[in-house]
Ligand binder design. Sequence first.
Ligand SMILES: [Zn+2]
Length: 142
Amino acid sequence: MIKYKLFCKKCKISFDSWFASSMEYEKLKKKKFLSCHNCNSKKIEKTLMAPKILSKNNGNILSSKNLKFKEVNKKIKEYQKFIKNNFEYVGENFTYEARSIHYNKRRKKKGIFGSASNDQIKELKEEGIKIKTIPWIEDNKN
Ligand SMILES: [Zn+2]
């Protein structure tokens, strides 16, 4: 499918229209099947805009997805940086540390972060320990 921006010479508005191909557009134009959405005039011109082409394997969609993925990665990394600066890393001891803070009311200047299995997280939550899970990207540079 190709999207063309069409321009009506009579009422000077432009509107988008979809065609199966540029060939189809030419065919419809020759047969005067194209008319203005607004005034029905046949004086329709294709404006000089690069047509947007949509196919099943749309490159545009893929690249915008990549862009979003990169954006998400960036956000997660920012989040990680914030956590690293403001929380104490306890690694695999997360469950133990979380419990000791919760039950012993151990005062820590910083919150903690570390890794825990899904089961451990479930248990901690059931015990009323406030934890959050966030996506984590291993940073190979460290
Ligand atoms: Zn018109």
